[in-house]
Structure formats: C-alpha cells, structure tokens
Design a protein around this ligand. Structure first.
Ligand SMILES: [Zn+2]
Length: 473
C-alpha cells in the first residue's frame, strides 16, 4: 500500500474480514463492561496483524490497547462495541425481535469499533511499506452507553501522549462534526430515615421518601436559575414499599448536564446542597453514590475539515435498489413525520427526504451547535484534538436506540457506512503522518480551548470502574 488509492483498494478487497467482524458482534450483543466476546475478537485480530496488544487497561477487563510503530506522532482511533438492553431485532425491515427481551445494537456500536479496526489494519500496511515514523494506536473502549470507560482511561493517563484522535459514530449522514456535546454527572441520592406505622405512629417515623420528593421539588425550582444548556432529569429508583409503613429507605438517580465543565461542577454542587436541605427538613441522612461522569465534547475544526476533504476523495456511498427499499420500509414503520423531525436537526428540509437514506458527503453541518446529549468521547477530546465522524448507516426515520438502527446495523447498509468511515479516517490519518503543519494547526486550536477551560477529570479519585467476570450479570 503505497498511497491513498491503495489504502482504499485494500479496504475494499478485505471488506469481508470487517463485515464478518461487525456481524459477529451484532449477533452477540453485550452490555456495557460485559463486552468479552467483542473485545477479544478485535484484540486477537489486531495481535495476529502484528499489533502489540495490552489487555485489561484502566482496571477494565474489556478495555484494551493495540499499538503499531514507534515515536511521534501518535495517532489514535477510539472504538466502542457495547450494545443496549432489550433492543433485540432481526436484520429485517419490520420490527421483530431476534431473541425477545435480549440486548441489541441499537446504537450501531458493532460497526463503530470495527470501522476503527479496519482503518488501523489498513494504515499499518501503508506505514510499513512507506517506512513511516510514528505510532498508530487503537483503543478498545467499553461501556460508552453506561459508565463511560474513556473517562477512566483518561484519568489513568492513557491518552496523555496522543497527538490526535479519530472517533466515528454510525448515524444518518456522512459528515465530520464541528459541534459540541454537553457533559453529565450521574448520581444517586439515597436517604436513610426511620420506619414507623404510618397510621398509628407517624410522628415516630422519618420518611426517606419525603426527602426524595423534596429533593425533586428543589431541583425543579433550581431550573429557573441555571444557564439554558443545563438539563436535569431524574427517576425514583426506590420509593419505599407498603403505604402503611413510613419509608426508612428511598433513592433517586439524577443526571445533571451542562456544557462548560466549571458550570457542570457548580450546578452539581447546588443539587448536592438541595439534597442536604431535603435531609435537614426530614431529619433523614443522605448518602451520595457515584454512577458516572462524562465531560463535554470538543470537536477539532482543523481535523473536521481534513475529514471532509478526504470524504470527497472517497466519494459518496452508492445504495442499491434493495437497500433503498429496505430503508423505505423501515421509515414507513415509524410514525409519520419522524424522518422530517430527525432531518430538521441537520437543517435539512423536505426535498432531502425524497431518499430514504443519505449517501452524499456533507461539509460540517453543526458548527456552533451544542447537542444536549453526552458521550465519553468528551474526556478524550480534552486530552488531545479529536474529530468525530459520522456516516450514513441509519434510515432517516430510525430513531437512535430503536429497532430500525439494529436492523440496518446488521446488514449491507451498515456495512457500507462502516467501510466509508474506515476509508475517510485512514486517509485523514495518512495526512496527519505526512503533513506536520496540519497536526500543528489542530494542536494550536486544541491548546487555545484548554487554556480557556483547563481539564479536570470528573471522576472522584476513590471511584473504581465497575468490574465483571465473564458470565457475571
Ligand atoms: Zn452510540
């Protein structure tokens, strides 16, 4: 593989290796921190390809690093492979579970991780043939959907020596992001009170449920006095038992989101004060339990422009009539107007909707936009310049985390989107290895952002990641 054209050709010639890998992971969906099959499949493959593989990193047994080459620059690819609960679905255009109640790839992470594996496998061949100085690294990152392994990996310094990183996510359109996503703190507040007969001796009880309710009321009053990007949502995970018993134990889980890390820290502190106030009012004790914390996402504009340039070199995705038909059938199964609502987020109007799938390449569509979801790619993006790429893998009405996404992630539509991503990222990495000036510009942009808001890892020092053994729920 001498040049970019050879890399594209190699990926096409070897496409079956990677579509088989994505399908194998799709057929065996594994939940966050339980990705034993997927992580071993990818780590074993890269080891066979001549990568140096380190398993069980950052205290997470389904996280690994595969590395090739040496010295600088160090270019990284961060892949994911976890599935979502209760989303089992056949690779068919009608809603039908493969195994009712089982997990499914409702976010397409079977394609996500594998696209990066394909990119690094191709790049290794190109680096070897051209005697390229530099390090190529793939991070196998578990638990994007729940827990956020990258935040633990960032805390452990695993991203400290990177010069740039790529991350791809399956979605609706081929485009690199210039937008941002907000950070999140997920916490449980568990209140401990005193039980008593709710009819005969309520004055002797102290209700933990009252405390949860007062905490929720306090949060709802706080909403008026936060910046517009802030999101606070909760559910009651334990509301007590019998109504004639004053609940001694009650608990709620809370997600607090904000764009700027210092604002997120401040709003979280204010929620803690409300929890303490609720405990004070009810004469109960409050216990805070950490669930997860993810930082906001910074997308590097220099790298986004680079990816768009390479996308044009690769060309659009060409769909077959049967793929378009498959996507059309899925779209028709969602409520009317779903595709229009999803496309409105891209600023696309009705004329774009004549096709059930998008195949063209788009210049970044979200500059200046702050999406109100969160990802653990955020913590990677505070350690090195990152570019998030999306490609068309989903039909236009397939809502994220729903059956339509599982369906196209297990067949040729998802395969084509995945290979498109592998090609665009591989070509962009070639530019970074051969154009130090581009890397310098990306770095300068990153340093400027970091200077304005220094990074603090959001996980408390004493918290360890969840750890499971194979077969353990
Ligand atoms: Zn996802």
């Amino acid at each position: 593989m001498k040049n970019k054209a050879d890399v594209i050709e190699w990926l096409e010639e070897n496409r079956k290796i990677f579509t088989d890998m994505a399908d194998a992971i799709w057929q065996r969906p594994e939940l966050a921190f339980h990705e034993f099959f997927a992580s071993a499949l990818q780590a074993d493959f890269l080891e066979e390809q001549g990568f140096r593989v380190t398993r069980d990193v950052a205290g997470i047994n389904t996280a690994f690093i595969a590395e090739y080459g040496q010295g600088s620059p160090v270019i990284a690819f961060a892949g994911e492979y976890d599935a979502l609960p209760a989303l089992s679905q056949k690779a068919a255009p009608i809603k039908e579970a493969l195994a009712p109640g089982a997990a499914g790839h409702g976010c397409g992470h079977n394609l996500l991780g594998t696209a990066h594996v394909a990119a690094v496998a191709a790049l290794k061949g190109w680096m070897a043939e051209n005697h390229i100085n530099g390090t190529l690294r793939y991070y196998g990152c578990p638990a994007e959907e729940a827990g956020g392994a990258k935040t633990y990996m960032a805390r452990d310094g695993l991203f400290d020596d990177l010069d740039a990183a790529f991350n791809f996510h399956p979605l609706y359109a081929n485009t690199a992001s210039k937008g941002s996503m907000i950070g999140v703190n997920t916490l449980r507040f568990r209140f401990h009170g005193r039980s008593a007969h709710a009819g005969a001796a309520p004055h002797l009880g102290r209700s933990a449920l009252d405390a949860v309710e007062l905490l929720n009321i306090g949060i709802n009053y706080l909403r008026e006095h936060v910046t517009p990007d802030v999101r606070m949502h909760y559910s009651i995970t334990n509301g007590g038992g019998a109504p004639n018993v004053v609940p001694a134990e009650a608990e709620g889980v809370y997600m607090i989101r904000a764009h700027q890390p210092d604002n997120l820290r401040e709003v979280t502190q204010r929620v803690r004060k409300i929890a303490q106030g609720a405990a004070l009012m009810t004469e109960t004790e409050v216990e805070e339990i950490f669930v997860a914390a993810l930082s906001s996402m910074l997308n590097n504009h220099t790298l986004a422009d680079l990816q768009y340039a390479n996308m044009q070199e690769v060309g659009p995705i060409i769909w077959s009539d049967s793929e378009l038909d498959f996507a059309r059938q899925i779209n028709q199964a969602y409520p009317p107007g779903t595709d229009a609502a999803i496309m409105a987020d891209y600023g696309f109007t009705a004329e774009k909707l004549s096709a059930p799938l998008l195949g063209e390449n788009y210049a970044p569509l979200d500059e200046g936009k702050i999406a109100t979801g969160s990802t653990d790619v955020g913590d990677l993006s505070w350690k090195t310049p990152v570019s998030m790429l999306t490609t068309a893998c989903w039909s236009l009405a397939s809502v994220g985390h729903s059956w339509g996404v599982v369906a196209t992630s297990g067949m040729s539509i998802g395969h084509k989107g995945m290979l498109h991503a592998a090609k665009v990222m591989a070509l962009s990495a070639i530019d970074l290895y051969t154009q130090p000036e581009t890397l310098r510009r990306a770095r300068a942009e990153f340093e400027k952002q970091l200077k304005a808001h220094p990074y603090v890892n959001p996980i408390p020092a004493h918290i360890q990641p969840p750890r499971f053994e194979p077969g353990q729920e």
